[in-house]
Design a protein around this ligand. Structure first.
Ligand code: URA
Length: 217
């Protein structure tokens, strides 16, 4: 299922992100009421092109991990805390022609960009209603648990806690009434940058698999 976001929330996000270096729009994807909701940072260039979350190189790593514990792209819900590709603008010299060319590489979204998308993410979370939230990397983790949360410390373990939701005054966050089950994981791109993390990441996913089995006994 490709999610249809409410038009008023899309308009709110558009107004809050006007003039920012953000492009495309990749909606979340997957069933409602899933066991797992995987939460990334923001779409990259491949996702922007095909409009499917985690469909590029880090998506391939992610799917191997998802499948290693018996789930598939069809059975989990996949989204990101920012739904547009954040880019920076760089002038680089083309090696062949020697001319300056404009490049727009991906970048990490800023905290205020994450906040601009917060009402949309909050709505999506309530609508999808997953059993367990799996933030992938620091950007998603800190969106849920605040700026002090660190993936290096929290990866691979269950946390049961309220999460941040957009404060209705329009600025910042407040804590949710509801307690969520949160199982933080390294972002799959971390494996691509540092292969030494692979055994840790695989062990974290196995721990999640065992937790999900226990949850359903
Ligand atoms: N990284 C993310 O966080 N999300 C995507 O969809 C792709 C890469």
């Amino acid at each position: 299922m490709i999610i249809q976001y409410p038009a008023d929330l899309l308009a709110q996000v558009k107004a809050a992100t006007a003039g920012r270096h953000l492009t495309g729009f990749t909606p979340g994807q997957g069933p409602r009421h899933p066991e797992l909701m995987l939460i990334g940072e923001a779409p990259g260039r491949h996702e922007e092109k095909v409009n499917i979350p985690f469909s590029g190189a880090s998506g391939q790593e992610l799917m191997k991990l998802v499948e290693s514990i018996g789930y598939s792209r069809q059975t989990v819900y996949i989204t990101s805390v920012v739904r547009q590709r954040p880019y920076s603008i760089k002038q680089v010299r083309d090696k062949q022609s020697g001319k300056l060319v404009k490049k727009t590489p991906n970048r990490t979204p800023t905290k205020s960009e994450v906040r601009a998308f917060a009402p949309l993410f909050d709505w999506e979370l309530h609508y999808v209603d997953p059993q367990v939230l799996v933030p992938l990397g620091n950007t998603a983790l800190q969106r849920l648990l605040g700026p002090k949360a660190n993936i290096g410390q929290l990866h691979g373990h269950l946390i049961t806690a309220p999460i941040q939701e957009a404060d209705p005054t329009g600025k910042g966050y407040r804590l949710s009434q509801h307690q969520y089950r949160i199982f933080p994981m390294y972002h799959p791109a971390a494996i691509l940058y540092a292969r030494r993390l692979q055994p840790t990441v695989e062990a974290d996913w196995q721990r999640l698999g065992r937790f999900m089995q226990k949850l359903h006994c």
